[in-house]
Design a protein. Structure first.
Length: 87
């Protein structure tokens, strides 16, 4: 199945909502010497919980107006190394 982002199917791909509030928090440390730099960091991304209407209801006996709750969360580790060839 191949879906492309075009005006005709943009609502399908984005579930009728193209806006997400993503928040990013990053922190890190660097250790420097005359010949090299070593960096270690951490990245955390999250979004508030949202309530969306599902595409379809699988249970025919469910109450109408059912919403799905979704959120995004991501963790990342940042590693860096730089070796200086000339001082």
């Amino acid at each position: 199945m191949n879906l492309r982002a075009s005006p005709e199917n943009a609502d399908i791909l984005l579930h009728s909502s193209g806006e997400w509030d993503l928040y990013h928090i990053s922190a890190g440390l660097s250790y420097n010497t005359p010949k090299q730099t070593i960096t270690l960091g951490f990245n955390y991304t999250f979004s508030p919980e949202r309530s969306l209407t599902p595409y379809t209801e699988l249970n025919p006996f469910s109450q109408s107006g059912f919403h799905s709750k979704v959120f995004a969360q991501s963790f990342g580790l940042v590693l860096g190394y730089t070796h200086y060839l000339k001082n």
